[in-house]
Design a binder for this molecule. Structure first.
Ligand SMILES: [Zn+2]
Length: 247
């Protein structure tokens, strides 16, 4: 007798931010004004959706009304500008911190304005507020370009530093530049993480350890957000496979 195939889990919708701040120059379009960010959170709430951290999203049984909110690099403006707005809506989020740059800045990005990375006290406060602190490597490295021992170091030492700082487990990771191959997926899994965020859908590396994300920028008002939602729903409806716990 044939067995009924189990229905595949639905890929979750995850938004990707970097910085929430007033700005003048932003060549890579990684900054969202606080007023715009609040409008985007309001649009989520009005659509009956709730923004949650990756930890909350992936541990939830029913993800239908949940949207993952993620912030790469660990800028201190996450603490000062994003967290108060998230808390106003009862939302949580994941911030992926470049662990070797605590209290320093985004020197890896030569063309962009300098932005401060959060310090250890701020990272601890973020975790205590119910938000999730994840790793974004030690140095914001292009991982696929590194030797295996360097990948291992970026993945494991960043986790150890952050766990020491926040005095809690770090289970989330994000690949700088979204650069990920199956080698990086295996390194992240072997290091003890439970989930990891990519940027684009990676052929052969989708699922919990390479979660594709939707970029959200300052241009994204309610109408553009609706367009992005429809685009995502279309992508998901095309039957893209999603693997709960493998690469
Ligand atoms: Zn980054």
């Amino acid at each position: 007798m044939k067995q009924c195939p189990r229905s595949a889990p639905r890929a979750p919708w995850v938004w990707m931010y970097h910085s929430v701040d007033e700005y003048v120059s932003d060549p890579h379009k990684i900054t969202v004004n606080p007023g715009r960010f609040e409008e985007q959170m309001r649009a989520l709430a009005r659509a009956g959706l709730r923004g949650v951290s990756m930890r909350d999203l992936l541990s939830s049984r029913s993800r239908a009304r949940l949207v993952g909110l993620t912030f790469d690099d660990g800028y201190s403006d996450f603490v000062t500008n994003a967290v108060p707005i998230l808390q106003r809506f009862g939302f949580t989020a994941t911030v992926y911190v470049v662990a070797g740059r605590l209290a320093l800045s985004n020197e890896w990005d030569r063309d962009a304005p300098r932005k401060r990375i959060m310090n250890a006290d701020q990272a601890r406060a973020v975790e205590l507020s119910g938000m999730e602190v994840g790793s974004h490597t030690l140095s914001h490295a292009h991982l696929p370009a590194l030797e295996p021992d360097e990948v291992h170091r970026e993945v494991t030492e960043s986790r150890a530093i952050l766990e020491d700082v926040i005095r809690s487990r770090v289970t989330g990771f994000a690949y700088p530049y979204g650069d990920v191959t199956s080698r990086e997926v295996n390194a992240v899994r072997a290091a003890g993480y439970q989930h990891a965020s990519a940027v684009k859908h990676q052929p052969g590396a989708n699922g919990t350890f390479a979660v594709p994300r939707t970029y959200i920028g300052d241009v994204d008002g309610p109408l553009r957000l609706l367009g992005k939602r429809l685009h995502f729903e279309y992508w998901r409806a095309r039957g893209t496979t999603w693997r709960r716990s493998s690469a």
